[in-house]
Design a protein around this ligand. Structure first.
Ligand code: GLU
Length: 302
């Protein structure tokens, strides 16, 4: 049996939506007899101290994990090796497009929404040399042989989504998220990916990339996000939405856990209590709407 995981970006504190996703990933992994691993995705958007606070908050709500926490910033060799393999197989090309050029070209009336239109795919050696000489920083893209790919998701069933010539290495030299996540999941023996359903549309790209690298495609479960009262994805600005915010208002970690458990249709005040009841197949499929101003009042008692 493999592992599940939670892979936060250390850009700030986790809010209740992130904590709920982490809780679900932990419940799915532990309940199916898997290990549970934590990976800090710190290739960009790092706020000093955020990773430590995230780990502390996960511990405070009763989650635990196996093995030392992995940080993407310490794993560049793994990403380089994967990129080299793809390049040696003729599956990459340099892209000199600016963000703006891509946006303009991608809004052309053909091709999937937001997909890279392939501007630099067939540049001649001369054209490539000219752009390099102009000092344009080159990103490295995948030379994709497909325009879509199918995955199976625990909640969404069979899902087919766009695959374009995705970026493998950014213009600033950093490995791209889609590459890093695929390499890391395989390296860490992760065969179960539970994460927010905002990432569902990226999943066919990742599964295709895994296939090209000869890596196993994990089982996926993309879980509904938490929404604010206006129906948008919950964000820090929506009020007292982090664990720290809630504790500062006088709530206990047990009350926060009971709120999260309640949002999943269970009554429990600790993660340990919740896991005894949790049934992955009974997961609520609708987004959970949260009104931070009413949290204390609506928190179900033990
Ligand atoms: N680091 C990503 C995020 O915080 C999650 C990536 C993943 O779970 O695959 O949004």
């Amino acid at each position: 049996m493999g592992n599940g995981r939670f892979a936060p970006s250390p850009s700030g504190d986790l809010h209740l939506g992130n904590l709920r996703t982490a809780l679900l990933a932990w419940l799915f992994a532990r309940r199916t007899g898997r290990g549970f691993l934590l990976r800090i995705e710190d290739l960009d958007r790092v706020r000093p101290g955020a990773a430590a606070q995230q780990l502390a908050d996960l511990t405070a709500i009763g989650l635990d994990w196996d093995r030392p926490v992995v940080r993407q910033s310490e794993r560049s060799e793994l990403y380089d090796t994967a990129i080299t393999r793809l390049t040696e197989a003729g599956l990459t090309y340099e892209c000199f497009c600016t963000r703006r050029e891509i946006q303009q070209a991608a809004s052309a009336p053909h091709g999937p929404m937001g997909a890279y239109p392939g501007t630099c795919r067939d540049l001649t050696d001369g054209a490539r040399a000219t752009r390099r000489a102009e000092g344009r920083p080159a990103a490295l893209r995948l030379r994709s042989a497909v325009s879509d790919f199918e995955i199976t998701d625990e909640l969404h069933g069979v899902y087919r989504g766009a695959v374009d010539d995705l970026v493998l290495r950014r213009g600033d030299g950093m490995p791209a998220y889609n590459l890093a996540v695929v390499v890391d999941d395989a390296d860490q023996g992760i065969d179960q990916v539970v994460r927010g359903d905002d990432l569902l549309s990226s999943t066919p790209r990742q599964a295709y990339l895994a296939t090209l690298l000869g890596l196993p495609v994990p089982h996926y479960a993309h879980v509904p996000l938490v929404l604010n009262t206006a129906g948008q994805r919950l964000a820090k600005r929506d009020g007292a939405v982090t664990l720290g915010d809630r504790l500062a208002l006088g709530e206990t970690p047990e009350q926060v856990m009971s709120l999260l458990a309640g949002s999943l249709g269970y009554r429990a005040t600790t993660a340990a209590e919740l896991i005894r009841q949790f049934r992955p197949e009974r997961l609520v499929r609708e987004p959970w709407t949260l009104d931070p101003d009413r949290l204390v009042a609506t928190t179900p008692g033990p």
